[in-house]
Design a protein around this ligand. Sequence first.
Ligand SMILES: [Zn+2]
Length: 428
Amino acid sequence: MRSVRYRSGTRARVDNIMTTTVIRAGNIWDGVAEAPLGPREILIEKGMVTGIGTSIRAPAGAEKIDLQDRMVMPGLIDCHVHITLRPEMVGTFWSHSGGYKALLGARALRDHLMNGFTTVRDCGDMDLHGYTVRDVKRAVEQGLITGSRLINSGHMLSARSGHMDATSVLSPDCKGWQNNLADGPLEIQSVVREEIKWGAEWIKFAASGGFASPADDPVDVGYSREEMESLVATATQYHRPVSAHLHGDDAVRMAVLAGVRSVEHGAMASKKTFQLIEEKGVFLIPTQYAGVRSARFADSEEFWESIGNNPYEKMKMRMYKDVLLENARNLAASRVKIAFGTDLGILPYSVNGALEFGEMVTNGISPLRALRAATSVAADMLMRPELGTLAQGNAADIIAVPGNPFEDITVMEKVNFVMKAGTVYKSG
Ligand SMILES: [Zn+2]
């Protein structure tokens, strides 16, 4: 992977500068170790972890939090969500205002936080006429709303007629305008710069077709090599890493060779392509609860009813299910760096994103690899070393679960303590 200094965004905001806290944990896992480390005490000052040990001398007046019956770990990171999207909007993008999408985004960030995801990366603002994700991020940072820390990838750039050209739901008589459409190296450069102007910390683009969209196929390649290279070069000039929505094997190879940092989905990448991803040090976010799980249940009408019944996705999943199942087996056997992502937004927000852990384990990924994917590996991919691990000097993003996820991964769905930057948001 080429060596580029990316701008990694602002450091974790310190929300709670006054309180000094000591957490007594029955057991901790730090986001890295191969197994839980046993009982520990954690000292938190000014929103940061300032000490971890078997016995911490608490400063006078420190608040004590007793989590001796729980497993304590770093706040989780979901690297792929769409806070301004809901499944039922796929055919009706043009019918919703930016204001409505901002309200959806605010609600989504609250849900993420309460489920233990203290940081999320939005992977494509679905306000295709404004810049709503940036506004919601700002509202969290200003304390106007309660929610996860947000990393903003702006809009998903797409070729006209490509995966994120939502005008395909309009009549051909209607001329639609969207801020994410770009064809050819010059227009791509201009839209990348525009996204950066409006707050994109990553550049996201659709390099292949998709499943949930009406008019494209997951094996279609959305951009030429020249267009992909122009996009990555422009983003790199501005120190922004690139994330690509990819399914078909050809598109994955082309985007990896063009220099993307993260491959989203990669659901039809071959074994050989996984080797290339490994060699280049690229991160893969397999979004398996939204992907291979749908392949497994593709023939069940009841299943599709339960997740919003998107007719395009149902049809394409039935066509490609065997490829997806084989891809999941190959990924589990590979040494690709997996980061955690759910694609919530395409899935309804009634789904707890932590279900992705169980899905990964069902598909042969070890609990350790799945847990690191949502903590230390995610922070590595996002170039946010102050997140994703419990260590002195890091942000006090801390959660607890009622059990040991190395023995039962489903305890991740039962997060009952959430602290972000030293402030407690959930304590059950
Ligand atoms: Zn997505």
